[in-house]
Ligand binder design. Structure first.
Ligand code: ADP
Ligand code: MG
Length: 724
């Protein structure tokens, strides 16, 4: 074992590590949602009428009768106290992908100095965390810094247990005192309402009488890396930016594909079990776990839920993954690209819409009637992705996701839709104006309907598509592993609402002219596929031919970096989309651009500063020390009549000089702050700072393979990826 003292110590710590104690898991029936104030618990503890009122709000989105809040608060408090909670927290989701909470005690001091525990309806429904330090994109000036949280009745309250005690957590929206959304939950709820309204219009035009509220659903597959904390602590880049900014490729990477779906290492399995137990207690339906492609990479996927609840749960999954890793001596990396040359991590956001009366509206089903419904909703999605593809690209744009998109391991930055051959073929028939049948499904019965019948699995999988139909839902596969799923869900719901309103308008116009419903549906479908079919693509999304064809022949946008994509949020047609549907006002949208742009710039600045400091204080000293040792050894050998080739001295010193020169340039670039517009600053980060960092890395990584391993200051890829 070679390596500098810190690395040797790290490896020794890992080798001598005592495994985390395991306990036999409790039965699921005891664990499940035991820390959640579920509807079932409310039913037990609330008067009948009050419970009915809350249930109605949860299930139909009906307005909450404020008089019930006091009663619910009292029941919630009793339950929380019985679980050992002394504090409650309004939990909210600022525009940083993080989860924020402000804790308040149930304690209330009486006039005689005694204390009681108190929790009124008002405290449950509304909070005032201030939170003026969260980025607000210019919405709040400091003199009007008030921010309010308000209870989201549709997402259940729960208890978080830590070694320091239990806290009752209440999911909330976070708005400014002027009512502008400062968070990710508010627009998600609004987008769902807009989609519900538009979907109901369409369903009713299709002849449905009984139509329950339509809700969006989400099941997000989460990829992550686990690295031993001993290594992370000696890597300033991993510690502060979540990714390795330097590091030569190991002799063995992922080329054998021997990690994918392999046996889960024991230490990791113990960790996963711990994570799942906590998730079950929180009522989060973790379902699937497996090794991913890269060494040290894993995935967890829950069962899908209503989009709003799934989003809160997704945030909790990320928190639990990170916190539990610490307990096991690991660090969970949610960065999209922690290791160069090794696959990065994404979050596949599975999304659909449906209700309790018509079911999943993106399920092809096997009756002509539901086929009509399916084709309409599917076509509406196609129209949405074609019209608002750049928006979908913008909401997944970040400094970290840039490393993944288009790098032959994840979908390209071009937004296209994959449908599978069977549905592709149906739309082709619709476009040709003559439906003859559906592939693999035999001849359809023209007597019943002009629409073909589908097989359940309506096509193959296509892993290279950013937006793929997967049997009964769409899978947005370009979302980054560390991102909140709220942004993608908001834009999917909103583009669908816009499309469904267009569909309803078009159908109404046809019907008003006396056209029969079936013909009106076909004409509408044909118009969509003829106008927006260019976004449908079933081939290899990684190929150079597609990148060329998409842009040159099909007119699709290829927004390669976040610097190219974020300004889409400022486009007039995007502003109109959100404003028209009441999802985000122009001011709220503008604030989002400001915040995401600022975060991109800050993230790249932090990385660039880390590169400079790691080179100056770690790599340069190591290289110089090695050169000094080597040259003195060579000359003393020469004095003894032994002449070794001194070529290495030249190679190393040349690399070191080049590296130093680039670091000087990089330092100067970081210091530059005078930009005419924020767009210019974004481009400077993407086109000047990032390439300088890459250049520096190339020299630093070559030095890593040249100088003595004993002197190398940072844990290597081999150590981080393979020692567990
Ligand atoms: P794969 O990796 O092959 O895409 P997984 O089984 O890992 O498949 O993940 C599928 C995900 O899709 C799960 O999170 C699941 O809950 C989700 N899903 C299934 N049906 C729906 C639906 N109707 N709406 C939203 N998500 C869904
Ligand atoms: Mg998937």
């Amino acid at each position: 074992m070679t390596g500098n003292a810190a690395r040797i110590q790290a490896v020794q710590n890992i080798t001598n590590r005592q495994p985390t104690a395991t306990t036999f898991p409790e039965p699921l029936s005891t664990l499940w949602a035991s820390d959640v104030f579920t509807l079932a618990k409310m039913k037990e503890s609330l008067p009948k009428e009050i419970f009915k009122s809350v249930k109605k709000t949860v299930e139909t989105g009906a307005e909450l009768d404020i008089s019930v809040a006091d009663v619910v608060a009292a029941a919630m408090k009793d339950w929380a106290l019985s679980k050992g909670a002394l504090y409650y927290a309004h939990v909210f989701y600022p525009l940083t992908n993080a989860t924020a909470e402000k804790h308040d005690g149930f304690i209330s001091v009486q006039s005689d100095g005694s204390v009681i525990s108190e929790f009124s309806g008002k405290l449950l429904v509304q909070g005032e965390p201030d939170g003026s330090s969260f980025p607000n994109g210019g919405i709040r000036s400091t003199f009007e810094a008030r921010g309010y949280t308000a209870w989201d009745v549709t997402s259940p309250a729960y208890i978080v247990n830590t070694d320091n005690g239990a806290t009752l957590c209440i999911p909330t929206v976070f708005v400014s005192w002027t009512g502008e959304a400062l968070d990710k939950k508010t627009p998600l709820l609004r987008s769902n309402a807009a989609m519900n309204k538009a979907a109901t219009r369409v369903l009713s035009l299709l002849g449905n009488k009984d139509i329950a509220p339509v809700n969006s659903s989400c099941g997000a597959e989460q990829e992550y890396f686990l690295v031993d904390a001993n290594f992370v602590n000696s890597r300033p880049d991993l510690l502060l930016s979540g990714r390795t900014l330097l590091g030569a490729s190991p002799a063995k990477g992922q080329q054998f594909d021997d990690h994918y779906f392999g046996a889960i290492p024991e230490r990791v399995q113990v960790y996963m079990q711990d994570v799942e137990e906590q998730l079950y207690r929180l009522g989060i339906p973790a379902k699937t776990r497996h090794n991913e492609v890269a060494p040290g990479q894993f995935e967890i996927a829950p069962f899908h839920e209503a989009a709003n609840v799934a989003t809160d749960h997704q945030q909790m999954i990320m928190t639990v993954l990170k916190n539990t890793a610490k307990k096991h001596g690991l660090v969970c990396l949610l960065h999209e690209k922690p290791f160069k040359g090794i696959n990065g991590s994404g979050k596949h956001v599975n999304w659909s819409v449906g209700n309790s009366t018509q079911g999943n509206l993106l399920d092809p089903g096997n009756t002509p009637h539901s086929n009509t419904q399916f084709l309409i909703f599917c076509a509406a999605v196609i129209r949405g992705v074609h019209k608002y593809g750049p928006l979908l690209r913008a909401v997944i744009a970040s400094a970290s996701n840039d490393h993944r998109l288009g790098a032959n391991e994840a979908p390209p930055a071009i937004m296209s839709v994959y449908l599978g051959s069977q549905i592709d073929n149906v739309f082709e028939q619709i476009s040709n104006g003559k439906i003859t049948g559906s592939l693999n499904a035999g001849v359809m019965d023209l007597g019943i309907s002009t629409l073909p019948i589908f097989n359940k699995d309506a096509g193959d999988r296509n892993r290279t598509s950013p937006f793929a139909f997967t049997g009964n839902r769409f899978e947005f596969r370009a979302v980054g592993s560390g991102q909140s799923v709220a942004g993608p869900l908001v834009s999917m719901n909103t583009m669908l609402a816009d499309s469904l309103n267009w569909v309803a308008d078009t159908l109404e116009a046809h019907l008003a002219k006396g056209v029969a419903l079936e013909a009106a549906v076909l004409a509408t479908l044909k118009e969509i596929i003829d106008t927006h079919g260019a976004v449908v693509f079933g081939g290899n999304g990684y190929s150079a031919e597609w990148h060329k064809m998409a842009v040159e022949e099909r007119g699709l946008a290829n927004l390669k970096t976040a610097a190219d994509a974020l300004p889409v949020l400022k486009e007039k047609y995007i502003e109109e989309l959100f404003d028209k549907l009441g999802v985000l006002s122009p001011v709220e949208l503008a604030s989002r651009f400001e915040i995401y742009a600022e975060q991109y710039i800050l993230a790249i600045e932090v990385e660039a500063k880390l590169v400079v400091s790691m080179v100056k204080t770690g790599i340069y000293p190591a290289a110089v020390k090695y050169l000094a040792e080597l040259s003195s050894t060579l000359s003393s050998l020469k004095g003894n009549g032994i002449t070794l080739d001194a070529g290495r001295l030249t190679t190393i010193s040349e690399s070191l000089n080049s590296l130093t020169a680039i670091i000087e340039k990089l330092s100067a670039a970081i210091a530059q702050h005078d930009f005419a517009t924020i767009e210019d600053h974004l481009q400077f980060c993407a086109k000047t700072i990032r390439p300088l960092m890459d250049e520096a890395r190339a020299y630093a990584d070559s030095l890593e393979t040249e100088i003595s391993d004993e002197l190398w200051p940072f844990p290597t890829y081999q150590e981080m990826l393979f020692i567990k």
